[in-house]
Design a protein around this ligand. Structure first.
Ligand SMILES: Cc1cc2nc3c(=O)[nH]c(=O)nc-3n(C[C@H](O)[C@H](O)[C@H](O)COP(=O)(O)OP(=O)(O)OC[C@H]3O[C@@H](n4cnc5c(N)ncnc54)[C@H](O)[C@@H]3O)c2cc1C
Length: 366
């Protein structure tokens, strides 16, 4: 089938669908997703957190702006989407520098000391903890619900969503791009590259200079504990990046934060990585985690400075980047989508706290 649109979005993850939802009925949109279902890759493999003190400055600003946008949606839908999940930053290693740097550079954190951290999260081994800080604004988000909302809003506004549609060929036809995805062809003057781990490969189809967007593996394990777990405990994150964990019902969701470069692919957990997660969490707690109930691995795609890459390409006409969300694509999605939609449509985004963001996200900075 052949169709035309004002904007074609390549990638049916949270980035592509949140953007289609934010554009709404202000332009005609076609979303092309390679897999048979939406959200098959990284978007369905996160830790489901929105943490305003996590990530580089533009990510923190976008996360702070996203939380009320999603909350507003929840209020209108009459369904809660968040669980309060304060983020404890733990200083448990001998080296103090990462903790001091965190406190000095990230507003919104309160230093609480080791004893208060153990009071909030009694599974921690007090003798290993040197200090701690807390971000009380962090939340856990119901990601399946958020994804369903983005999809419903996009389709409700008239977007066409094509699955099983991997874009493999691109031609310039007059002022438009013609995209070929199996039996589908779509022509649009503007194309958004929201292809997650595949963004640089998709850019290459257009003759666009790659921006060094690198997919990196990260594995999560959900495991039962041999001591009682309070589902209301905070999320705990090591400032030296060796682990994070939080309750997931009566079990524990944890990661060893591995950062291993990967090809774009359907990443799967490795036994070695799962064992590392369990060992590291057991070393700093009395949780005594057992064999995981479930595990998954996703690809976080990072730019060289770890901030997203969003904006029109400076050399190739009608090519728009929505890429490099790294480990922050859920928590930034609402504000980033509104920002990109406004940029594409040439209108104001109307979001507070994002004045410096355009330069920080610009594809031209690389
Ligand atoms: C273990 C882990 C934990 C995480 N935890 C969090 C968290 O707590 N909070 C948070 O904010 N973020 C978290 N993240 C990051 C977050 O999940 C990602 O930033 C986000 O999902 C990226 O979304 P995306 O839409 O860019 O990518 P994807 O979901 O991967 O979507 C890209 C889509 O593009 C499609 N595609 C590729 N090439 C083509 C083509 N040629 N034609 C058509 N379609 C194509 C792919 O099939 C894919 O479906 C985590 C990530 C991992 C791995």
């Amino acid at each position: 089938m052949s169709s035309t649109a004002d904007i074609a979005i390549i990638g049916g993850g949270i980035a592509g669908l949140s953007l289609a939802a934010a554009i709404g009925d202000r332009a005609s949109v076609v979303v092309l997703e390679a897999e048979a279902e939406l959200f098959h890759h990284t978007s369905s493999r996160s830790a489901e957190q929105m943490q305003p003190t996590y990530g580089p400055a533009p990510v923190r600003a976008l996360t702070t702006a996203s939380i009320p946008l999603v909350d507003e949606k929840a209020r209108r839908a009459g369904r809660p989407v968040y669980v309060p999940r304060p983020l404890l930053w733990l200083h448990s290693a001998a080296e103090r520098a990462p903790f001091d740097t965190l406190l000095a550079t990230v507003p919104g954190l309160t230093e609480i000391g080791a004893a208060e951290a153990v009071r909030m999260l009694p599974a921690l081994r007090p003798e290993l903890l040197v200090d701690a800080a807390v971000d009380l604004s962090a939340v856990e988000v119901d990601v399946p619900l958020l994804l369903a909302w983005y999809r419903a809003d996009a389709v409700g506004a008239g977007a066409t969503v094509l699955t099983g549609a991997r874009v493999t060929r691109v031609e310039r036809v007059g002022q438009a791009w013609r995209l070929t995805a199996g039996a589908e062809t779509v022509e649009a003057p503007v194309v958004v590259d929201a292809a997650g781990a595949w963004v640089d490969l998709v850019a290459a189809l257009f003759g666009v200079r790659p921006r060094g967007l690198t997919p990196k593996r990260r594995t999560v394990a959900v495991a039962p504990a041999r001591r009682a777990v309070d589902p209301g405990w905070p999320m705990a994150s090591d400032v030296a990046d060796r682990f994070y964990f939080r309750p997931r019902g009566a079990a524990i969701l944890a990661s060893a934060l591995e950062d291993v470069i990967s090809e774009p692919e359907d990443a799967q957990p490795l036994e070695r990585d799962v064992a590392t997660v369990i060992d590291r969490v057991n070393a700093v707690t009395d949780l005594d985690l057992g064999t995981p109930i479930t595990t998954w691995t996703g690809l976080r795609t990072l730019s060289p400075d770890t901030s997203p890459v969003v904006g029109f390409d400076d050399a190739v006409p009608g090519f728009y980047w929505l890429a490099g969300q790294g480990g922050y694509g859920i928590q930034t999605s609402a504000a980033l989508a509104r920002y990109a939609a406004a940029d594409l449509l040439g209108v104001e985004h109307g979001l507070a706290g994002l004045d410096d963001v355009a330069a920080q996200l610009s594809p031209s900075r690389f």
